[in-house]
Design a protein around this ligand. Structure first.
Ligand code: BGC
Length: 381
């Protein structure tokens, strides 16, 4: 089965990446950054991280995260902070409550406060212009973290997971689970995508849709609501509540007398909205539901059979890669990238490092999430 092959390949790669990254365990919620003071303290935080690097001496790294409301960003911020402190940097970690103005002023402060490199996971890819101009004027390199920063030449590098591959994994899962190449169908499907202001969201949706389009065109997959374009299925802010109310409307308008067989959701926060809507508003056969991130609530739902799969993006792997990039930049070394063609931000193609996403479901979550130390078994109870 295709998905099984994919799973083992991707899993193997991820385990190797984890080993190479020397990942420590950390699933704690992020806390505001204490200033790093000593390498000793740092080594205690992440025991298996190498000793502070010479280039870190006295250097400060700004880390701007979008929000604490979604689980993954807490883990991203937490991991970045731990890894940077362990490498000997001072860290200024800020969360912006999904408020673009707040993120803008936080990044401006990072420039004003003399950060040597700034790492940004943008709330809205195109809204940081002024802060980026300030960073460029002060010669401060900017790394776009997870989400590409658009329309600016001030972004030096981009580190993320392969966003298109995330969608491909979801789409292939559906093909496999319904045996679409052999089954007659038709099967009913709905789509829920992400935030239009997040450049990743289109990649996720297109990755999945490109796999499924053929079956939609053949009539094996029937989009009963008729909503099958990114704009029609997007979820502003990736909000669970927004995904839920749209799903409730779709269910009450289209599914009172039929089953929905698949709900292709781009990530876990939107999948949770669909799962809530199904619980409140639907009596038919329970659909296949996709997700991304392996958030705790969604992993519990996978275990309980309420979500079929997710895509694991190990924030420890991404954090390690970005810390490595920071060191290479400050040392004047060649920066590791593995993609120099895909991520055009409207002004330039940003040299990128793409980490590999991993298929996750109820059959492998123990191995990839618990045995790897990402979560404790108790967190998933
Ligand atoms: C990230 C996803 C996440 C989503 C909502 C995207 O940019 O890549 O992992 O689910 O934002 O936070």
């Amino acid at each position: 089965m295709k998905i099984k092959k994919l799973t083992s390949v991707v899993l193997g790669a991820a385990m190797t990446a984890m080993m190479l990254a020397g990942c420590g365990s950390s699933a704690d919620a992020g806390t505001p950054a204490p200033a790093a003071t000593s390498g000793t303290e740092a080594t205690t935080t992440t025991p298996d991280t190498p000793a502070p690097a010479a280039e870190a001496n006295g250097k400060k790294v700004g880390v701007s995260m979008p929000t604490k409301d979604l689980q993954r960003w807490n883990q991203d911020g937490d991991n970045m902070q731990k890894e940077l402190i362990a490498a000997g940097y001072e860290v200024d970690l800020q969360y912006a409550a999904n408020d673009v103005q707040q993120q803008l002023s936080q990044v401006e402060n990072m420039v004003a406060n003399g950060c040597d490199v700034i790492v940004i996971a943008a709330i809205e890819g195109s809204s940081l212009g002024e802060a980026l101009d300030m960073a460029a004027a002060a010669n401060i390199p900017v790394i776009a973290y997870d989400r590409l920063i658009m329309n600016s030449d001030a972004v030096s590098y981009y580190a993320t997971f392969d966003n298109y591959m995330v969608g491909t994994i979801q789409g292939k899962y559906v093909v496999d689970a319904l045996d679409l190449d052999n089954a007659d169908g038709p099967f009913n499907i709905e789509f829920t995508a992400g935030d239009p202001g997040d450049n990743n969201a289109g990649y996720f949706f297109n990755g999945a849709y490109d796999v499924l389009k053929k079956y939609v065109d053949e009539g094996k997959l029937n989009v009963v609501s008729g909503q099958n374009t990114f704009d029609a299925v997007a979820t502003p802010g990736w909000k669970t509540e927004t995904a839920q109310s749209r799903a409730e409307n779709i269910l009450s308008s289209n599914y009172t007398d039929k089953d929905v067989d698949v709900w292709l959701c781009s990530n876990d926060s939107t999948a949770l909205g669909v799962e809530n809507a199904l619980a409140a508003n639907y009596n038919g056969k329970y659909p296949i539901i996709t997700g991304q991130d392996c958030d705790i609530e969604n992993t519990k739902n996978m275990i309980a059979g309420k979500q079929s799969m997710s895509v694991f993006k190990d924030t420890r792997t991404l954090a390690s890669q970005v810390v490595k990039m920071v060191g290479q930049i400050l040392n004047g070394e060649t920066v590791d990238v593995n993609d120099t063609t895909t991520y055009d931000n409207g002004v330039k193609v940003v040299p990128s490092f793409l980490c590999e996403p991993i298929f996750a479901d109820a059959s492998n979550y123990e191995k990839i999430l618990i045995e790897s130390g990402y979560y404790t078994a108790d967190q998933l109870k």
